[in-house]
Design a protein around this ligand. Structure first.
Ligand code: LRH
Ligand code: MN
Length: 432
């Protein structure tokens, strides 16, 4: 298969040629439709073009479950190759200029060289992710019974030191945030003292908080269950908010969409965290049952739209301290990770554009008048409007591809990687 670098601007321009005509007529038609609703399409396109979401470094390799992992061809073998794949995603979508690293999965002995490699690829670094949910080879103390909340002070100190190490790596990379997700919890009633475990969490994270540079933020990520199956120390947004408020103004709550029980009203949680001025950001993905880490917008796009509806309401209200960091956090077990991450970034832009075109003056009137049906219909009209032309136009304005997946497939990038990156056949379980 002939190969063309999908990151090359000329390649992208040539891939767009045959699609430009159709896009222009679709864009004009949608523009007329929105004009009748009092919305200027170019304003929406500009906002969508400014929308950014970080790619998880751990998402460009093939993911797995505890039952197994089926490595795909040409997987990245180290963080430098991961960045090359992330650059493909950004060049073809124009929406993912930063990468969120996970330590020690992305540990390297030369973070400045990594920063330069990223810069050469047009990439920066988003929140750093610490990992005290796995034991590393040669690690003195195990995290089997917890990390930041372990009953043994020495294990807690080891976990704190790891987080401080992530901050120093992030400083070299130009990152401005640390995401702390821990799996600490209990599998059986009686196994741990629920109150004291939380106090140990506050004590340990206070030490991490002290190590944060002035312009950094700390994102606390809650999760209902897994790997703990009875009680998780930071199980829900309430525990996360209590911790953020106890730690200080640099601590915020991060909402991973998959970390809630089915049918939990996540947009309501977002509205509350906006009100509390503690919404730090998101790990976007989708799920039907548990923390399935499926592609964003692939299972319940209406729920994603309702989350972005809250974000647009907060934006329009100029909510104080409102600067959410958007990140994807997905595991790609049966698709090409590059295709899934490109598609997911675009589904976030779709939800954002749909929320931006909602006729809010009309919606407000129906709400005040308790015209319930028309209020619901007016909101839903945003969701039922096909905004694909706006998303593609925003990509063109960023020098990206009108049809990223088609351009990616036609480039032969994956086949090239399969050639250049002889496979590593680690068939074990686990997400990476
Ligand atoms: C935990 C989580 C967390 C990451 C991990 C890869 O489920 O969402 O954000 O550290 O996935
Ligand atoms: Mn997550």
């Amino acid at each position: 298969m002939p190969y063309a670098d999908p990151r090359d601007a000329n390649y992208i321009a040539s891939a767009n040629k045959s699609l430009a005509g159709a896009l222009s007529s679709d864009y004009t038609a949608l523009g007329a439709q929105l004009e009748r609703r009092g919305t200027k399409i170019d304003d929406i396109t500009r906002a969508v073009a400014n929308f950014k979401v970080a790619v998880p470094s751990w998402g460009v390799g093939t993911g797995g479950t505890r039952f197994g992992r089926f490595p795909g061809p040409g997987e990245p073998r180290n963080v430098f190759e991961k960045l090359e794949d992330c650059a493909v995603i950004h060049k073809l979508t124009g929406a993912t200029p930063t990468v969120s690293l996970h330590i020690p999965w992305d540990k390297t002995d030369d973070y400045l060289a990594l920063r330069e490699h990223g810069a050469a690829l047009g990439l920066g670094f988003d929140a750093m992710n610490s990992n005290t949910f796995q034991d590393q080879v040669g690690q003195p103390l195990s995290y089997q019974f917890g990390s930041l909340t372990h009953t043994d002070e020495a294990v807690r100190a080891q976990a704190v030191a790891h987080n401080v190490e992530c901050i120093s790596a992030g400083k070299k990379l130009g990152s401005k945030a640390l995401t702390v997700w821990i799996g600490d919890g209990a599998n059986f009633p009686g196994q741990s003292h629920l109150g004291r475990a939380f106090e140990r969490y506050l004590d340990s994270t206070a030490s991490i908080y002290k190590a944060l540079p002035e312009d950094w933020r700390m994102f606390i990520e809650h999760k209902m269950y897994e790997p703990a199956f009875y009680a998780t120390v930071i199980q829900d947004w309430g525990s996360s908010l209590m911790a953020a408020q106890a730690l200080g103004p640099k601590a915020f709550c991060l909402v991973d969409l998959g970390h809630h029980a089915p049918n939990v009203n996540i947009e309501m949680i977002v509205a509350r965290l906006v009100h509390a001025q503690r919404l730090g950001g998101f790990h976007f993905n989708d799920s039907k049952y548990g923390d399935d880490d499926l592609d964003a917008g692939s299972i319940d796009p209406f729920r994603l739209f309702l989350v972005f509806n809250e974000l647009v309401e907060a934006e329009l209200a100029r909510a104080p301290n409102f600067r959410p960091a958007h990140m994807l956090d997905q595991s790609h077990n049966v698709t090409d990770p590059v295709e899934s991450l490109m598609t997911s970034a675009i589904e976030l832009q779709r939800a954002y554009a749909q929320a931006l075109i909602v006729e809010r003056v009309r919606l407000h009137e129906y709400r005040i008048g308790n015209d319930v049906l028309m209020a619901a219909q007016t909101l839903k009209r945003g969701f039922t409007t096909d905004v694909s032309a706006i998303l593609a136009q925003a990509r063109v304005q960023k020098g990206a591809a009108i049809d990223p997946v088609a351009a990616y497939r036609a480039s032969g990038y994956r086949a090239k990687c399969a050639q250049n990156r002889p496979g590593k056949q680690s068939l074990g379980g686990g997400i990476v």
